[in-house]
Design a protein around this ligand. Structure first.
Ligand SMILES: *Cc1c(COP(=O)(O)O)cnc(C)c1O
Length: 408
């Protein structure tokens, strides 16, 4: 019996735009017809150094010629070097490498479980997370992801409790009613996928203080906000606290898949040989890519430049859409729309501009971190042309219709 050929041999789990890019240079992408697009999305905040970066591609090519993969059965000096660099930029601890954001959160989740089950003899089992959160698509990460469209089809999931993001009183009450049974609190320092939602100033410090008081681990998901995306090396550094565990991925490898989890020393020590692992995680090729990226994006002058470009972009967006519609930090910015962003994202493409959606009717801008001042101006011009093209629709909302309370 013959099976009819499908129109595509790919699983149809993505709503893909009808376009494919064949090459890129800096902040620009080119399609097969040679049309040029300004990339203000960076493949979901991944391509920090832009496209076709000479240093990155040379380092990858050199490592590919030398040694791509050996497995974690052996010492990998590039992992040591990269881990030291991450620790130096963040907080004292030890690093585990993996291949993606969801795997980094999966590792963090398992570590929190080990801690609650072992150190606390099973007395700490409850997981707290936040409304509008996104932590990834594997079942553990999905269980702490709030957005119903991602989680509900896959129920039942491990238990988690979702609290309003930005509401310290609600968290205090949740801790009070849970006794000291809370094992971990998972939080994005800016909720990216949820709609570029920035917590009020001082909120994350309160979360830290409550975790400390009730003996719960604080896990900061920096998968989207890490590696200078928000104008600090890591998003938590906008405030004066340190998490127990931090997860990373997107911007780390400049497009080469790599994720990482950093845990403070006493917590990291719970992952003894055999308890967790990955075949590919932190292979020499991925580590060399990440060493090249971090060698640039963690340098103070580069961080300062991201802050300046972010301020420039935000000011331009505020002029176009009004202060109450614009939120985010550094080069992770969102614009509140009145309708779903799909029409605007599609119209922007016809204006040679690549932008992305986020939840809660948000337009998401996350250009490569190397974007120049002139390119920020170009971005703003193309966005204005897009909005003009769409006429009055979708009109950005002046009122605050996002569920959280953006601080900036
Ligand atoms: C993208 C993202 C993830 C998941 O990362 P993947 O690499 O897609 O698994 C997790 N957390 C946050 C905050 C993210 O933005």
């Amino acid at each position: 019996m013959t099976v009819p050929a499908p129109s595509s041999y790919l699983v149809q789990n993505y709503a893909r735009a009808p376009i494919s890019f064949v090459r890129g240079v800096g902040c620009h992408l080119f399609d097969a017809q040679g049309r040029r697009y300004l990339d203000a999305f960076a493949g979901v905040a991944v391509s920090s150094l832009g496209h076709g970066h000479a240093g990155l591609s040379a380092a990858i090519a050199e490592q590919a010629r030398t040694l791509i993969h050996v497995s974690n059965h052996y010492l990998i000096p590039q992992q040591e070097q990269l881990a030291e660099r991450i620790v130096t930029a963040a907080f004292p601890g030890q690093v585990l490498f993996c291949n993606s954001g969801t795997e980094a959160n999966e590792a963090a989740y398992k570590l929190v479980r080990l801690w609650g089950n072992g150190v606390h003899q099973g007395r700490k089992t409850r997981m707290l997370a936040f409304q509008n959160s996104f932590h990834g698509r594997t079942l553990g990460s999905l269980s702490i992801t709030a957005m119903a469209k991602y989680r509900e089809p896959f129920a039942p999931l491990p238990q988690a409790e979702f609290l309003p993001f930005g509401d310290a009183t609600a968290l205090e009450a949740a801790f009070a009613s849970a006794g000291d049974a809370v094992a971990g609190v998972f939080v994005e320092t800016i909720q990216g996928e949820g709609g570029v939602l920035v917590p009020p100033t001082g909120y994350l410090e309160r979360v830290r203080a409550l975790c400390t008081r009730h003996g719960a681990l604080l896990v900061c998901d920096e998968v989207q906000t890490g590696f200078t995306r928000t104008g600090k090396r890591f998003g938590y550094q906008h405030e004066g606290f340190v998490p127990d565990i931090m997860t990373m991925a997107k911007g780390l490898g400049g497009g080469v898949p790599i994720g990482a989890m950093l845990a403070s020393p006493q917590i990291a020590a719970l992952l003894t040989p055999g308890l967790h692992g990955t075949t590919f995680g932190g292979n020499p090729l991925a580590c060399v890519a990440a060493l090249t990226v971090t060698g640039q994006v963690l340098v103070p002058a580069f961080v300062q430049q991201v802050t300046e470009r972010g301020d420039q972009l935000k000011a331009g967006l505020v002029r176009q859409f009004g202060a109450s519609a614009v939120r985010g930090r550094g080069l992770l910015l969102g614009v509140q729309l009145e309708s779903e962003p799909a029409a605007l994202v599609a119209a922007a493409r016809t204006q040679g501009l690549i932008v992305g959606p986020a939840g809660n009717r948000t337009l998401r801008l996350a250009p490569p971190l190397i974007i120049s001042a002139a390119e920020v101006d170009e971005l703003l011009e193309r966005l204005a042309a897009t909005v003009a093209q769409l006429g009055r629709e979708p009109a950005p909302s002046a009122r605050q219709s996002a569920p959280a309370r953006p601080g900036h």
